[in-house]
Every structure is written in C-alpha cells, then in structure tokens.
Design a protein around this ligand. Structure first.
Ligand code: SIN
Ligand code: CO
Length: 373
C-alpha cells in the first residue's frame, strides 16, 4: 500500500510492523491545515442528548471530578481546567465519519469511534493509561503531551477517574493542529491543554476474551441441539437417597460433551457480535419510503451508501450487518462485499444485484441502514 498522508513518511504496512502495539509515533502535520470539524456549541448540543456518550472532567483546585452526560450545561469558557469529552462523534457528523474512515487500513472490526475532547487552558484528564491503541489528532489549539513506557500502572485509589499513582514521563511534545500522536495500549500519557484546545481520539475496539467468551456461550445456547431427556433404566436401589448417584453425572457428562462448536459457529458469532450497534445507536428510516420499484430506479441514478451508523462485515460466505448474519451465494457475495468495503454501491454495481440482494437492500433502506445517494 502507498504512503498515507495521515502517517507522514511511512506506509500503513511499516506503521503496523514497527509501531502498532509496540511504540509511540509522533506525526507532525499528519493532516496539513486541519481545522476542527465541530464548534464547541455543536459539541455541547451533542453532549446534552442521551444519544452521545459524554463526560465532563474538571481538575478545579487540584481535585479531580467527573460528571457523566447528558450534560445540560458546561462551565464558563473563561474557566480554566475543564474538559468535555464526547464519544462516537463520527455517528453524528459526516466529516468526522470521513476522518475515522481514513483509518481503514485497520479492519472495521477493530475501528471503534472518534472521540472529541474540548479543554480550556490547563485542562486534561490526568496522567493515565488506556487499554486500547489510540491516535490523538490535535484539532484546535495546542496540547502538551507527556508520555512514558512505565511498567507500574497502579492507580490512585478513590478517584472518579483513572489517575496513575506514580507517573514517570520520558518524553514531551507540544502538538499543533494537524499533528498526531499514536500510543500503543498501556502507554502512560498525560495531555494538558495550552489555551482552548480540541483533540480527536481515534479509538479501537479490543473486547476482552472474558466478554467474548460469555457472549459466545450465550450465542451457542441458542443453537445447541441436545435431543432426549435424562433416563435411568438401570437404576439400583440405595440407602443414601440424598446422594447424587455417580451414574447420573456420568450420563449427564456424556450428553454435555456432545456440545461442540465449529469454526463456522465462531465466525457467525464474531461477525454478529462485532457488527452489533452500540446500545445508544438508533436507526431512523425515511419518513416516506419509496416503493421498491422507485427505490431501484433511484439507486440506479444516484447509487446507495451505508448509513454512518451501519457496521457491515463479512467473512467467506457470511455477511454481517448491524448484528444480523446471513449466508450468501457467489454472485451476491461479490455485490455485498463491494458494498461493505466501499460502504457504497454505484448504479452500475447495483444493476448487477440479484432479486435477493435488491430485497435485502430495500429492507435496509426502510430501516435506515442504507441511504440513497
Ligand atoms: C483527551 O483528549 O483529553 C484525552 C484523551 C486521552 O488521553 O486518551
Ligand atoms: Co488516554
């Protein structure tokens, strides 16, 4: 792959080989001339709703405090040392979505969201570490980052946010608009605003194995098939009625050991799980949907695209969209793969779709999962 403007002088392949999960990378001028995509007013409006996850972090007088959204009001703009954080801004703003999608050299199943933070002078969320990789893109004003590779990640007890007990910074950078800092998981960092500042965090998903395991077992519960019922035709008389007979457990173990999961079960589970919309994501279909005929004509003319909120993934013959999965044949697979990778289909690509695909696209259009144009 070619160099990505975002990564400065290196290619995505070099970045993944040398930095991803391994060491920080500072990219000066990753996005030349970058301007903030949203005003503080627009961010505050988002933070006031319960559609977007938001937090207000203050460090007034050296005391950390955190308030979860919806946030009806914010401290005065002149007040120092506060930070507004809004998660998932890509779901609400087309330009934020386009920025996040520039990071698609990493698979969609790993890409999480764009978080915007606005801070007044001296504001920050304190020295901490995250469990995820992150790209920190400076969008407005300046922020001083201090970072360190320390092993001791113990936290101060009793605070409303994660603050490292013994932060040992090793490097320091002041980021200007358009500069970007990549940090691997568990890398200690502290960013402090120099004057009003906005920082965009491009975050990644890495579910814990425990979380995945629990969800997988729930998924399997819906699909296991164990016919028959416990029986004991050879039951013997005994004198300890309260004791569970060994034979009962042996028979049970034999049956339960018939539960198997295949690679296909894992694929379907994972695709559904990773394409499931977050709890606060809601889709709205068109108020006056076109008929299927008119829909087809409109797509021929203007094409169609996935809603910003839609997560569409695939593997082999399995296609996943917003938590649902289905198996497809070769021809349909080609069309749906195009849609998933490009996040849109033009009229010509749509013209090649089978009736089954047309029917699915029409349903997704009615549900607000895909949009015209
Ligand atoms: C911020 O943008 O204020 C915090 C981002 C982070 O440190 O993870
Ligand atoms: Co962080």
């Amino acid at each position: 792959m070619n160099k990505l403007p975002l990564l400065g002088d290196i290619t995505p392949a070099q970045f993944l080989r040398d930095y991803w999960h391994k060491k920080p990378l500072l990219i000066r001028n990753a996005v030349p001339g970058f301007k903030p995509l949203l005003s503080l007013d627009a961010l505050a409006k988002l933070a006031a709703t319960n559609h977007a996850e938001s937090r207000l972090v203050t460090g007034f007088g050296g005391a950390w405090a955190m308030q979860h959204g919806p946030l009806e009001s914010l401290p005065a703009r002149e007040q120092r040392e506060w930070t507004l954080l809004v998660q998932g801004v890509n779901l609400f703003d087309a330009k934020a979505d386009a920025l996040l999608r520039q990071f698609r050299f990493i698979p969609d199943a790993r890409l999480d969201d764009l978080m915007v933070s606005f801070a007044t002078d001296g504001g920050g969320v304190g020295p901490h570490f995250d469990s995820y990789d992150v790209f920190l893109l400076q969008a407005q004003g300046q922020r001083r980052w201090r970072i360190g590779a320390q092993k001791d990640l113990s936290l101060v007890d009793g605070l409303p946010l994660k603050i490292l007990a013994d932060f040992q910074p090793e490097e320091e950078f002041v980021l200007n608009p358009g500069d970007m800092l990549y940090l691997p998981p568990h890398y200690a960092h502290d960013g402090v605003a120099i004057g009003d500042c906005q920082t965009y965090s491009i975050g990644f998903r890495s579910p814990s194995y425990q979380e995945l395991g629990e969800a997988f077992l729930q998924f399997m519960a819906d699909s296991i098939d164990l016919p028959g019922r416990y029986a004991d035709p050879d039951l013997k008389a005994g004198d300890k009625p309260a004791e569970i007979p060994r034979q009962m457990l042996t028979s049970l173990a034999e049956e339960l050991n018939k539960v198997r999961f295949t690679e296909e079960d894992i694929t379907i589970f994972f695709g559904e799980y990773m394409s499931e919309p977050k709890h606060n994501v809601f889709f709205t279909g068109p108020a006056k949907p076109l008929t299927v005929g008119k829909f087809g004509e409109a797509v021929m003319k203007k094409g169609l695209s996935l809603s910003r909120k839609t997560q569409m993934l695939y593997r082999g013959k399995h296609v996943f969209i917003n938590g649902e999965s289905f198996g497809v044949g070769k021809a349909d697979k080609a069309t749906l793969e195009l849609l998933a990778n490009q996040r849109r289909l033009d009229g010509e690509q749509f013209a090649a779709a089978s009736d089954d695909v047309l029917e699915a696209l029409y349903t997704w259009y009615q549900d607000g999962w895909v949009e015209l144009g």
